[in-house]
Design a protein around this ligand. Structure first.
Ligand code: MRU
Length: 343
């Protein structure tokens, strides 16, 4: 994707220096910076502290971290410890475990194979998301108004994105899509990242408060909802950013199609249903405080909740398959009831 006329991937690997580079998503949208991570521990920490986030980007980064581990580790015990270290960063997005396992297996033949596999995972992610855009574009009519939650754009993947990819394709095709961007409390991935992406790609959009979605749906001003996913279980249940569940229930109430866009690397056919997904609990400072720019344009954090109160901060929720109209995937549009044919 282009920022200021330069094409960037969200994360990439320098095969000469064995350095992982990525867009620093903690600083966005206020500052656009690239960070370089010299070893698997630094790269894993970037996943944990959300310098990089989003299922596909986490997966690609974890694959690169595993490849870095093959560069620095000298025996199998160290490699297994490195794999466990990377996998302990964030538990919900299945792409992470998919990537570490694939690179770990490939690396048994040699470091070069590990790096090649990690690169393939990143390249495939970009291609799968491009295909999601092609398939999803068929669902979008001219001037459609689309609601999305969190950020499942190119920043959440290596390129293109999942939920935003059909919107980018429709925009390119001249269909003039309009996007309601849920702010996505507590971290604000919608207001910060999705709005940043859409602004830089000149897609018409407005940021709305999370609790305004029902208002626009009830006024018949939303044609469809498209979200991403962090993990989709065998029965079609979807773990995605906290707040997705209530958007799906609202969409059902108002008879609005609810689509989940994801590449097949996000499907976890080994887990039977959403109850079995580990939901990440995060620190409550994300909820109780707000980050922004002060009058001198310095990043600052201010407390907005009553001093002394503690919070609860689950990062994801699970939307049952019954609320999902269809999945927009790299292999086409698939209804939850058809998933059994793809296991
Ligand atoms: O906590 P994050 O920012 O990594 O969570 C990302 C999401 O949950 C997004 O909603 C997205 O749909 C999944 S990543 C494509």
């Amino acid at each position: 994707m282009k920022i200021n006329n330069t094409h960037y991937r969200t994360v990439w690997y320098d095969t000469a220096k064995h350095v992982v580079s990525m867009i620093d998503q903690i600083k966005l949208p206020f500052e656009f910076e690239i960070v370089e991570l010299k070893n698997y521990k630094e790269t894993a920490e970037a996943i944990r502290n959300m310098t990089v986030r989003g299922a596909g980007a986490i997966g690609a980064t974890a694959g690169f971290a595993m490849a870095q581990a093959f560069v620095s580790c000298s025996n199998t015990d160290e490699l297994k410890a490195a794999k466990a270290f990377i996998e302990a960063t964030r538990p919900t997005a299945v792409n992470l475990f998919y990537a570490t396992q694939k690179v770990f297996e490939a690396g048994q033949k040699g470091v070069g194979d590990a790096i090649e596999m990690a690169q393939n995972i990143a390249d495939e992610d970009a291609e799968f998301c491009r295909l999601i855009g092609e398939h999803g574009n068929q669902l979008i009519q001219k001037d459609n108004k689309i609601l999305t939650h969190c950020n499942a754009g190119w920043l959440a993947f290596v390129d293109y994105g999942s939920a935003l990819s059909p919107i980018y394709a429709a925009h390119k095709a001249g269909k003039n899509p309009f996007v309601y961007v849920d702010e996505t409390r507590p971290r604000g991935q919608g207001a910060r990242l999705t709005a940043f992406e859409l602004f830089h790609n000149e897609v018409e959009h407005r940021v709305i408060a999370d609790n305004a979605a029902g208002f626009y749906m009830s006024k018949k001003q939303v044609d469809m909802v498209i979200t991403g996913a962090d993990r989709i279980t065998a029965n079609g249940d979807v773990a995605n950013k906290i707040g997705t569940l209530e958007k799906a229930i609202l969409a059902r109430e108002f008879d609005i199609p609810f689509y989940v866009a994801a590449p097949f690397s996000t499907f976890d056919f080994d887990t039977s249903c959403g109850d079995d997904i580990i939901i990440e609990e995060r620190g409550d400072e994300e909820l109780l405080c707000h980050e922004g720019l002060d009058e001198k344009n310095n990043l600052c954090t201010i407390r907005m909740a009553s001093p002394g109160s503690k919070g609860l901060n689950p990062a994801f929720d699970v939307t049952p398959a019954k609320y999902i109209t269809a999945f927009i995937t790299d292999r086409g549009i698939i209804k939850p009831s058809e998933l059994k044919n793809y296991r």
